[in-house]
Structure formats: C-alpha cells, structure tokens
Design a protein around this ligand. Structure first.
Ligand code: SAM
Length: 329
C-alpha cells in the first residue's frame, strides 16, 4: 500500500529517533529533538559508536528531501512522533495541544486578525504544535511568532518544529511569569496549564495573586498576556470550563472587566477530552484601547462534535455573522 507523505516523514523521524535513542541511551523525545536537528543541519551531530547505526542513519537522512513536504505535512508527522514519545512519560499539564483544537484556533485567528502581517505570542508554547498549526493556516499572511516555555525539552522540540517548517519564531526558555523581554504583540494564544503557581514572591507582582496561599498559574498567565498585547489586540486561550467558578474567579472577572472586552466563549465538545472534568473552552478577548468598542453581546457557543459537519457549519455561520456585527477593529 502506498504511504502518505505524513507517514513517510513520520517513518524517517521514528526510525532515526529509535536508532539515536538506543545509541545514546536517552528518551525517545530527546532522540527526536536530536534527529530533527540532524535533519535541519543536514549532518549527524552526535558521536555514533556503532558503525552499523552510523551507516543506517546516513542512509535514512540521504533519502529525505524536506522540500517535497508541505509545512502541514512536516507539522503532522512531527506531531505523530511527539505523541509516541509523550506516551513514555509526560505530565498532563505538558501535553501537546491536539490537532482539532489547533485547527479551531487557526480558524478563529483567521477570522479575527484581519491585518496582513502581525506578531503573535504563545507564552506556553510547549512543542510549538499549536503555534505552528495556527501559522500554517495563515500562510498568506506574514506572521512573526514568539514562544516561551519553562520546559527545556519541549522548547527544543518547538525550535526543531519551527526550523523544519521554516517559520520565523523567536523562542525563550524561561518561566513566562517572570519578566518577558519582548515588544508588545498583536495577538496571544495559549493552551493554559491549569494549577497553582509555586512562586509566591513572583506572584506578588500580579493583581491576580491569591489573597492567601498560592495563586492560580492560569490566572497569572492571563494577566501577563494582557500586559504584553497591544491595545486592540486579541487573546485566544484554551481554558478549563470552570474558570469563572473557582473561589478566585471574582478577582479574575473584575480584572477582565477593567482591561479587556470578552468577545466569545466557545465550549468544546466533551468528546474531545478524556473526561467531563477536563473539558475546556476557548476564551477570546480583546484588550481595551481608544478605538476599541465593547461587542453588543458576547458570542456564546456550544461547539458540536467536530465530525458533525452540518451542525458545525451552522455554528460557523453563526460565528461569521457575529464577527460581522460585533468586531470593532
Ligand atoms: N500548546 C502547547 C503545544 O502545542 O505543545 C502545549 C501547551 S501545554 C498544555 C502547557 C505548557 O505550559 C507546557 O509546555 C509547560 O511546560 C508550560 N508551562 C507551565 N508552566 C510554565 C511557566 N511558568 N512558564 C512557561 N511555561 C510554562
């Protein structure tokens, strides 16, 4: 049977990562980052003791021409390999954002961001899958990406992802809740990790710090993102459904009322998540500013299953109509 381009490239990544994992005695994800770098640099950058492995790797790389693959094919094959690696071990909060959600983010960015070139920040960029999925749906525009992540292996994967797909993305390996040395951006996206932020001293710099005990990291990420987007810029976050129901939600709500206009909340179908408690929504906000008007109403949508074509179409028409009637700039 004929393999698809995604399978073909996945096989190259997978076989070379398996070989490097055995040779270098590292995890699959570390080996994947190394093989990605080898492919990008067109050379084997590690010291390979086994002659057979060296020859095999050389043969695999020589048989590959990345120019034959689209950016989406590269992203998808890399994503498959990362998924395989993440099965070995990864914390739930560090999971890669799945394709279905990336597609929806891409669709929304396309609808809300009308300018031909813009700068976008993902403060929890992880493997870069969400950011590059969005960028791949906006190939007719010039987008400059900025990604930040605290996890050095994930950001290495993001770096390989960006290089192989030839996307201009600047990456920072740091805690995003520390100072960010970046210019203001036009849009922020993020699949927010949910939980407590352990650094109370740093949290004290945020209006959304908890009055007692640890603060919610996802609240602080929202505040940090609002600080770093220009007035009129948009923010798109994957959030837990209970965001506005926790004991710290009142403060969050007041903060949002002062700084942004909530545009839309799209509740995603539960079938996308392992269980009901983990179900999420996409929250879209616009930072307040001179030319910026509050929408007449907030768009509230219960997304149908993404495989239900006719229902999905109805919702997309509803969203289009809302955007035409309410989007201020
Ligand atoms: N969208 C990403 C992707 O497609 O791979 C996945 C994001 S994952 C749900 C959340 C990410 O937040 C993880 O990569 C984790 O390392 C990162 N993270 C958690 N706390 C952080 C912090 N304080 N600063 C920066 N990144 C952080």
């Amino acid at each position: 049977m004929k393999t698809t381009p995604v399978e073909e490239l996945f096989n190259v990544l997978n076989e070379s990562a398996d070989l490097l994992q055995q040779e270098l005695d590292c995890t699959y994800l570390e080996a994947l980052a190394k093989t990605g770098e080898n492919i990008f640099q067109q050379s084997i950058l590690q010291k390979i003791e086994s002659e057979w492995t060296g020859k095999r790797l050389k043969k695999i790389y020589e048989g590959l021409n990345l120019d034959h693959f689209s950016k989406e094919e590269i992203r998808k094959s890399f994503q498959l390999a990362i998924l395989k690696g993440m099965k070995e071990s990864v914390q739930p909060n560090h999971q890669m954002t799945p394709d279905s959600i990336g597609m929806l983010f891409g669709y929304l960015l396309n609808k809300f961001m009308k300018q031909n070139s813009y700068r976008i920040l993902d403060p929890v960029v992880g493997t870069g899958n969400l950011l590059t999925a969005v960028m791949n749906q906006e190939l007719n525009k010039q987008i400059e990406g900025i990604g930040v992540d605290i996890d050095d292996l994930l950001i290495k994967l993001a770096y390989i992802n960006a290089n192989l797909q030839e996307h201009p993305i600047e990456l920072f390996n740091q805690d995003s809740l520390e100072h960010l040395f970046i210019e203001k951006v036009d849009a922020v996206i993020g699949d927010l990790p949910v939980g407590y932020y352990p650094n109370d001293i740093r949290a004290a710099d945020y209006e959304l710090k908890a009055d007692n005990g640890h603060s919610y990291a996802h609240h602080l990420f929202i505040e940090q993102s609002i600080r770093h987007v220009r007035p009129g810029g948009y923010l798109f976050f994957l959030i837990p459904n209970g965001l506005f129901e926790s004991e710290q939600a009142k403060k969050l709500h007041e903060y949002m009322m002062k700084n942004v206009y909530i545009q839309a909340i799209l509740q995603l179908p539960e079938s996308l998540f392992k269980n009901k408690q983990n179900a999420k929504s996409i929250l879209i906000m616009q930072k307040q500013g001179e030319q910026v008007k509050q929408p007449k109403e907030i768009l509230l949508v219960n997304m149908p299953s993404l495989t239900n074509g006719s229902e999905l179409e109805k919702i997309l028409i509803k969203m289009d109509r809302w955007i035409n009637e309410n989007k201020s700039c």
